[in-house]
Design a protein around this ligand. Structure first.
Ligand code: FRU
Length: 485
């Protein structure tokens, strides 16, 4: 395929239904398809969008380019779930076929108003000279599964002082007033967020730029999210243009948060601590949160990054979403744990016992599984866990007791390793000695949660389906459980 501009902006409706069916079938039977993660039926998935809970159902949309593994004309694809584990495919819900979104229905968020799922998103339009024109559009989900747009756009243009990189509105309510926070680039090409307010979530007035201590922090902030947790204000965003610094900021783009006092909304100031990355893995970007039925704050991210090629591209699909995580606050730090509902994925128990580890064991073989190591007491300098291992390949997780450094090494995770120019290992120094590790392995991903959510890493790997070895090396006592998923 030649991904010319024309090919990237071709609508799905141009394709004969049989041709699209064939494409779907080819993708469905191609290598590395996930078994329990959200993935596109064809083409490319990126940011999670419109994540919201309503009347017993979670709605989660994602950015979707149907025709290939590239960024082109973006739709919103719609998934629903009762339990955050089993997802029902609702198909394309938001179609970029109006003038203000003629070149893409870009990212945005969901909210409930008048007992209906509403969304606010960015309309991306290119003019004849290919200049970008950005607007923010409100819509609602009809009972036929399609989003009805409330046109003309609620915020039709970009305010003075900012470039057309102005997108990804996140709507939230505070004391009966609606607010939205938007990712922006100032005219001097630095990133920030701006805030609007509204009485009805349809007519929006500018309040101002959110004043943080990060005045010069990259050239664009994408996908902001704001919420409060236990009396703290938390701003998530995905800054672009941050240089690596030790173990930090190793990926092409980052995503993380600022935590502080709740936003002072009248004058949009924010007193906060230092920026913290959300995930130390290779593939994580543009996360979005919502509130669950029982008040939990749940986060889902894109398990991928812009501008990186992946081995599945040649099979005409790319990327998935992370598992949903529950966010909690402990000692003023954000913790991220897999949502408790995920235990429903467990099929067969391959291993479950107290373990006295001397040197190494191979407790099981599996392709898609959950592994939980708890009550870990290490007596050697290091603990090593290899997964998806065979004679030729392995993905290595390693912990060094003295430095409390935890490393993921995917240099040998398969014949094709993505983004090698950004390195093949990622590390983090833990605050607590490693005592718990919970790992979810799918056909082409690993997500590891350390110390009950102190740190998380999400990474794509592309091993052979026959590489199923699990090898644990070190001297330790622990409880080990392994379940097929
Ligand atoms: C982040 C992003 C958003 C934009 C969307 C377009 O990955 O660039 O800023 O709305 O993707 O697909």
């Amino acid at each position: 395929n030649q991904w010319t501009r024309e090919a990237r902006y071709r609508p799905l409706s141009d394709l004969a239904p049989e041709v699209y069916q064939l494409m779907k079938e080819e993708v469905r039977t191609s290598p590395w398809r996930f078994s329990f993660h959200i993935q596109p039926p064809t083409g490319l998935l990126n940011d999670p969008n419109g994540f919201v809970y309503h009347n017993g159902t979670y709605h989660l949309f994602y950015q979707w380019f149907p025709l290939g593994p590239v960024h082109g004309l973006k739709y919103w694809y719609h998934m629903t779930s009762k339990d955050l584990v089993h997802w029902f495919d609702e198909g394309a819900a938001l179609i970029p076929n109006d003038d203000p979104d003629s070149h893409g229905a870009y990212s945005g968020s969901g909210f409930i108003k008048n007992d209906q799922v509403h969304i606010m998103y960015t309309g991306n339009k290119r003019d004849a000279e290919w200049n970008r024109h950005t607007s923010q559009i409100v819509g609602h989900l009809r009972s036929d599964g399609r989003i009805e747009k409330h046109l003309p756009p609620a915020i039709p243009t970009v305010p003075d002082g900012y470039t057309e990189h102005f997108r990804d509105p996140k709507v939230f309510q505070h004391q009966d007033v609606w607010y939205c926070i938007i990712g922006a680039q100032r005219n001097d090409l630095t990133g920030c967020t701006v805030v609007y307010r509204s009485e009805d979530a349809e007519h929006w007035t500018w309040i101002g730029e959110l004043d943080t201590r990060y005045d010069q922090f990259g050239y664009m902030w994408e996908c902001p999210d704001y919420f409060e947790l236990d009396g703290k204000g938390i701003l998530l965003f995905s800054p672009q243009g941050i240089e690596p610094q030790g173990d930090r900021y190793q990926n092409i783009f980052q995503s993380g948060y600022l935590i502080g006092d709740p936003l002072n909304l009248p004058d949009v100031t924010f007193q906060h601590d230092d920026f913290v990355e959300l995930d130390f893995g290779f593939d994580f970007y543009a996360p979005q949160t919502t509130l669950a039925a029982d008040g939990r704050r749940i986060l889902v991210g894109w398990m991928g990054l812009p501008d990186i090629a992946y081995p599945s591209d040649r099979f005409n699909w790319a990327h998935g979403l992370t598992l949903p995580r529950e966010l909690t606050l402990e000692n003023q730090q954000l913790r991220q744990k897999p949502v408790q509902e995920l235990t429903a994925l467990r099929k067969e128990t391959l291993y479950a016992q107290e373990l006295t580890l001397e040197h190494h064991i191979m407790p099981a073989q599996a392709e898609t599984f959950e592994l939980e190591l708890s009550h870990l007491q290490l007596s050697s300098d290091q603990l090593e866990l290899k997964v998806r291992a065979s004679d030729q390949e392995e993905t290595i997780l390693r912990y060094e007791a003295e430095t409390k450094r935890f490393t993921i090494d995917r240099s040998k995770s398969g014949a094709e390793v993505p983004a090698v120019e950004f390195g093949t290992s990622r590390s983090i120094t833990l605050a607590e000695p490693l005592h718990t590790l919970r790992l979810f392995v799918d056909r082409s991903s690993i997500e590891v949660f350390l110390n009950d959510g102190e740190a998380v890493a999400s990474s794509r790997i592309f091993p052979k389906s026959t590489s199923q070895g699990i090898v644990l090396t070190g001297d330790a006592t622990a409880h080990l459980a392994i379940y097929t998923l």
